[in-house]
Design a binder for this molecule. Structure first.
Ligand code: MRU
Length: 337
């Protein structure tokens, strides 16, 4: 296989390496994700995460498996196991369906990787054009190079605006309970030299009220045909707060995140994770052991709270979304399940 590399993924021609995102920002540890059964575990424990990267990493693992001589039966079983590793990010299913149908899985995995890099560039170009000099920007979870094969979705837009010389300030939500904003987005923002401040999720409304934020940009794990979308839990609350304060709110996603088989957000499956993740983090626990807790990993934001959706192929307003624009612009991306 030909080598390839992104911020969180490396293939040296023989072995697929993934940056263990659970150890960031303290340590940069690369793990062998060549075996699909290992990749399933890495995905489930969020060592590899972010909707587009899930598809790219799972495809790369399958391609490595094929390269090492997996039989058709083994390949098909591995494809099904990877497809089911997490339920909400449709990029994972989209990539696995492509891999299953592809005559050459090694070439297909490379195409999925390269396409994702291009999709990120498309979103960055369209989204950065919305951002004005001097804006304060609020973002949630991690949507950058760690979550994609390229420069990211929402964070890619922010990065492009910074590269264009716009003076911006980013407020990064910590993102309870697994702290993707506090651990990962801050790590990326500092590497990129983008002026930024970390806040807890509960501080966002104050920033919006005080006029410190002119735009909210978030990623998505699945966009329904009507523009409703699932993203990291807390996104819906941010959308409500942004609407209340009259601040533009934009999900940013590639067409590979659009699922036309879901007519509305009600059809999007939402991952529920171990309730213990709400009671503590790492070795630290702050709630009584066994305290009942609830841990939906994502929530669904209705399209009517969206100012516009930034896709790799353009920016679409709430009224365009409600008139079915996604069916027209994303139809050819869809794969039969
Ligand atoms: O549970 P995670 O960390 O995989 O959730 C990631 C998100 O919610 C991102 O916002 C989403 O995948 C879109 S970013 C590229």
């Amino acid at each position: 296989m030909n080598p390839f590399e992104s911020l969180g993924l490396r293939h040296d021609g023989r072995t697929l390496w993934v940056l263990d995102q659970t150890q960031l920002p303290d340590a940069e540890v690369w793990l062998d994700g060549s075996k699909p059964e290992t990749m399933v575990t890495l995905i489930q424990r969020l060592a590899v995460r972010g909707a587009p990267l899930l598809g790219v990493a799972a495809a790369a693992s399958l391609a490595t498996f094929a390269h090492r001589g997996a039989s058709t039966t083994e390949f098909t079983a591995a494809c099904a196991a990877l497809r089911a590793a997490r339920p909400t990010a449709v990029n994972l299913m989209w990539a696995m369906d492509r891999m299953k149908a592809a005559p050459d899985p090694i070439a297909e995995a490379r195409a999925i990787f390269e396409e994702d890099v291009r999709l990120c560039e498309g979103m960055a170009g369209h989204g950065a054009a919305l951002i004005q000099d001097g804006e304060g920007l609020l973002t949630h979870c991690n949507t950058g190079g760690l979550a994609t094969a390229g420069i990211g979705t929402a964070l890619g837009v922010i990065r492009r605006a910074h590269e264009q010389g716009k003076s911006i300030h980013v407020y990064a939500d910590e993102t309870r309970p697994l702290l993707q904003g506090g651990r990962l987005t801050t790590w990326e923002l500092r590497r990129l030299g983008i002026p930024s401040t970390l806040i807890t999720d509960s501080m966002a409304a104050l920033l919006l009220r005080d006029g410190k934020v002119q735009r909210v940009l978030v990623g998505s794990d699945r966009v329904a045909a009507n523009g409703d979308f699932a993203n990291k839990v807390g996104t819906y609350g941010l959308a409500v707060q942004a609407r209340f304060h009259g601040v533009p709110f934009h999900p940013v996603a590639p067409c590979s995140t659009v699922d036309l088989a879901c007519p509305t957000g009600a059809a999007i499956p939402i991952e529920e994770r171990d309730p213990a993740e709400v009671r503590g983090y790492g070795s630290l626990r702050w709630a009584p052991a066994g305290m009942p807790s609830w841990n939906p990993s994502f929530d669904v934001t209705p399209a009517d709270l969206v100012t516009s959706l930034v896709l790799d192929r353009g920016v679409f307003s709430a009224s365009e979304l409600s008139s079915g624009v996604l069916v027209r612009v994303c139809a050819k991306e869809q794969f039969p399940c």
